[in-house]
Structures are given as C-alpha cells and as structure tokens.
Design a protein around this ligand. Sequence first.
Ligand code: BGC
Length: 727
Amino acid sequence: MERKDLLNLVKDMTITEKAMQMTQLNSGMICHTQLTNLTGPFREWSFTDEQVEHAGSILATRGAEEIMRIQKEYLEKSKHKIPLVFMDDVIHGYRTIYPIPLAQGCSFDADLIEQAASETAKEASAAGIHVTFSPMADLVRDPRWGRVMESPGEDPYLAGVAAAAMVRGYQGEDVSAKDKVGACIKHFAAYGQPEGGREYNTVDMSRGVLRDFYLPAYKAAVDAGVELVMASFNTVERVPATCSQYLLRQILREEWGFKGMVISDFAAMDEIMNHCVAADAYEAGEKCLKAGMDMEMMSGVYIASLEKLLEEGAITMDEIDECVLRILELKNRLGLFENPYKGADPELEKELFCCDAHRETARKLAAESMVLLKNEGVLPLQEGKTIGLAGPLASSGRILGAWSCDGRIEDSITIERGLRNVLGDKLVTAATTEFFGEAIDIPDDTEAALEAFKDCEICVVAVGEKEWETGEAASKTVLTLPPNQEKLIHTLKANGKKVVTLLFTGRPMDITPILGDSDAVLQAWFPGTEGGNAIADILFGRVNPCGRLTMSFPRNVGQIPVYYNCYNTGRPNVSDDKYSSRYLDCPNAPLYPFGYGLSYTQFAYSDMKLEANGGTHPRGMQAHELDAGTLKVSVKVKNAGAVSGAVVAQLYIRDVSGSVVRPLKELKGYQKLTLQPQEEQIVEFEITKEMLSFYNNDEKFVFEPGLFEIMLGNHAEDVITESVWIR
Ligand code: BGC
C-alpha cells in the first residue's frame, strides 16, 4: 500500500478506532473466550465489546488455523479492513527449541545464531505469527536476575553481534516474505541492571555507563533494521522507560533515526502510575503519547484517556496520528494488507516443526554453546565403558528452558536418550527423579545411586535449575544448587567415583561447593530440543567443546556483580595490601572469567605483532597515526593438542588515558577458527577509530588520542598485551 493510502486510512479513523489500533490485547479478549495469561493490572481494565473489535494487535496466540480464523472473523467485521498483527514471544525457537540466548552467545557464532533465528522465523510464520518479541539485548551483570538467560551476556559488543544476527535471521532481506517475521528488540533500556538483581526493580546509572555499556546492543539491532522496539519496565534516571522522552524520542528516534514501531511492555503503561509519575490514566496516556509510545501492550490507558486529552487540548491529533501511522506502516511492510494471513499454513506447520534440518541446527548450536569449565582428564568419555547417569535433569525433557514458546517436552531428546544412543546397555541410570511441583530440591536418592553404580568408574550427574526458576520473575538470592543435588555429587565422589557434572541452568550459579568433587564440569545451560544429543556429542568427543563464557561466574553471591569490563579503582588489588579495593574473604577475580572455556585440546598464543606506523613516541613507546591508516595487530594461535578444535581468538582494548575512567578491558573483536592438531594460524585484526571511541561526559562519542593497551588471547584473564600511543 502507498504511504498516501495509509495516511488516508488514518484520516478516516475515529478516535476510538485509533486508540484501539494502538492497543494490543490477547485473543481471549478479542474472541470473547476466556481470558488467559493475565498478569499485572490488566484484570482491572474492562473494554467494551465494540472497542475490542478495533484492537490493532493480538498477543500470544499460536497456530495457523486459530490465527487464520481470528483474522478472518476480525476482517469480516472491520470497517477499514486493517488486518491484525499477531505478535508472540518466540525467543529461542518456536516448536524446535534452540539453546537459551545466553547459551547462544557463548557459541560466539553469529552465522549459526542467524541460522537458528531464520529457522525459527519459518516455523513461527507458518504458525501464523507476524512479529516476535526477540531479540532481548539487555546487558547483564547480575545472575541473581532470572532474565539473564534471555541475554547474550555481559559484553556490549558481543550482545550487539548476537542481536543483529537474530534480526537478520528473523527478518531476512524482505520482512514481507512468507517465511519471515518482524523482530522486536527489547527491553529498551537497561532492564538488565535492576538493583539487587530483583525483577522489575529500579535501574539507575550515569549516562556515560548507559551509553557505553547498555545501549550499544539495542543500537546494533536498530542498525540491522529491526522493525520494533519494546520499552522496558524499569526507570532510567527516575523516569519509567515507557514514557521516557530521553530514551524514546531523543536517543531512539532523533539520534539513531529509528523509524519503526515502539511497543510498551506488558501493562507497563498502566504501571507508570505505580511508579508515581502519573496520578491517573489521563496523565499516563499523555506522558506515553508525548514520548512517542505507539502501541500499548495489555492495558487500557490509551482507550481510557486519548479522547478526553484531545478535548482538553493536552495532546494533538497529529501526535496520535504519528503513532497510528507507524503501526499501519509496520503492517504494510509485513505485507499484511495484501495477505493478512502472511505465512500461516497448517500443512507447512506440520512439515517444519522439529524437522530434521532444524533439529540439526539446534544440535549444533547446543553443542557449540556448552562451556567446559573443568576437566581433570575424565572427558571425553570412552564409548565401551559402563557409565552411571543420575540427577533430576538426567531423564527429563525439561531442558528446553524458560520462554520456550510452543516447544514440547515430548519432542526433546533427554540426556538419557542421547547417551543411550551411544552406550546402549552400558548406561546405568539411578536417582533420576525429576523435580516435582514447587519443590526446589529433589528427594535424597544417593543410596540407590551408589548401589546402582557399583560397576561404574565414571558417573555423569545432571543437576541444575527448574525451567521456571529462570526467565521473567525468577530472581534469586541463593545461587548454589539445592542440598540434595550437591549431596549426590559429594557422595558419589566420596565413594571413589569420577564425577562429570552437567549443569542445566539459566544463569551462572555459585558452583564453588561442588567444584572440588567434580572431575569435570560442563555448563550445558538449557540446550533445547536436541540437548541430549548435543551432550552426547560433547561427552564422547564427537564435538570438541568450543563454547566460551559470556557472563563471568561468581565465586559466591557476595561477589556479585562481577564482570570483566569493570573500571579500575585508585587502589587496585594488585598485592595483598589490606587498604586496596578487595574483600577480606574472597578474591576479586571471578571463578571463571568472560571468554573462558576449555576444549579437549589447548591453544597457545604467541608472536603478537602491532603494525604501528608512527615510530616512537617521545616518551619511548611505539606510536600510531590513525589518520594514516588503521592499526593492524596479529597473533599466532597454535593448536598444541592432539585433536582438532575451534578456538575463539579475542581482541581486547584498554584506554589508559581517557577524559573519564575507562574499563579494564573491552572486547572489540573476535575470530572463531578451527585448527587441526599442531596447526598454527596468524589471526589479524584491524583497529579503527570507532573501536577506540567512547561516550564522554557531554554524551558525545569521541576518540581521544593517548595510550592504549591492545590485548589478544584466550579469555579476559589470559591475554598478551602491547601498549601503543595512538593519535
Ligand atoms: C515481558 C516481555 C514479553 C511480554 C509479552 C513481558 O512480561 O517482559 O519480555 O515480551 O511480557 O509476553
């Protein structure tokens, strides 16, 4: 449809039609069936039947037949024939479930992440969905917060790479194509830093920190052409993001040039009254509209307020039309005016769901995203030996993870099944009782396990969290495993077994108590539909582990937040000086740092070279003139082991003379390469001005000449460093 036709449509709409076009409801509401999935203050809103018939969008309805039916009935009644846009949380797969996003980040494999998103788009679109509320690009540093599982981790650059890859995968070149869906970057902004890790809590930080760390990943998605932005629940600078002109107008629209649609989070427009920045729905409606909030999710502020606000002259019709037009433009770009059913296809749905090709990608991505944290010579396992398998996640299909959309546990390959495919009768299981109900821990079955495993030298123990203990509204203050899970590990070890611990968690946990009694630890996250096969691939060495952590592991909860790209202090803890920035009872360094991960081979870095073009600086260090060309750095990486494997060569930079303090290290690039045994390769990076720039205290993105440290290596705490004066 032409823009002028859309404008005409907007002109023809009544104020009620406009307010409802700006409202997203769920299908229970629209179809007058039972309301489902209601949280927050939604229950209190009552829409009239007539109003409901004009709603602009539907949340969380699934299935081609159902969606086609609703769309058809809606359009038959609709005066303007503006189709509904169906949106849903398709976070890490639709029916085929891929590993959780935090795990996907650990793969450092943008192509594979994009591939998974593109397959997800195929399934979701066939099931009638037009827009997914993904990717989530909230930078995270606090594993007490349950939603860290939805984020690619603690690094702005990597989070941006992952977010952009997902946007490309979902939307492709042409978002109107039948197998594509619109993407929605969320939660804008800084939702990942709630105080104390408590869900929905206050976020407060300097603008410099916001811009340097928290905004880049959303921006990467905007630059990749993301169709929608979801505002976050939290406040930023004491203003709820939902009505923040600073975030939604100044940064998003004016600075970044975002032309797409903005949607609130679930009932968040209503909730700004709880934040006490609006006394009633009128004030709430006015504030959100002024900030350019186009669509309200699951509350009735716009329908309750816009007409009166117009009469009072508090808002203008132009301000309303601006939002309505952006909604119609989205529908138009999705191709819904031409084909309101888009990709919905009940037959195709059946063909695509959990098809071989999607399972293959899910298996590969799951294996690449698992991080081997410890291995005292016990892995890989040998195929002919009798192996014991225990733990609450051992025989359970509940390894998909939270937000697993239409994923079915009966489709998922359990760990038992994955290992049995390889071991057959040589796999002995015991103490595999799943978690039941609300109980956080499992029954104590250690005696039974010892008895069953009497002929097993090695025991694999699958422990971790329940799916519902991660994701939204799943903040925790204790991050150790529950007592009976820990006991299982301790008892097996105390009885002479070699213990391979598999961790199924949506966050870095406090694993200090079980580390000593685990001969190997594999962080498996929630690996998705093909989890069991991917675990078998890793445990038997069919895939050499190559996942690298994107979130630091704390030694204990008291150390949180612990992250690699922090600032220095005036008294860094370089010695045991009591009056340095340190704890009396715990080191500063995390248990496992960002970028860390073992393989069944070792990688050695040497011969770092810096091609500086500026001779020697008067103070003795090498110098480089950026205007005369980018700075080239390289390092030799060698596979020093006996099996081939993939390595993630990481480039970090530190600015040691900024006008404001700069992080100890910032990841600025990485390359993932596969090396054969004893093979060496030179890995090269080019450092540009942009990579050295940051936001100063005037909120300007600047390059400041001065001394920089350039670091290349295996992970944030294992690098070779060269200093250079850059102008
Ligand atoms: C979550 C969003 C999600 C929305 C719709 C909210 O509670 O914060 O991430 O997209 O619900 O389901």
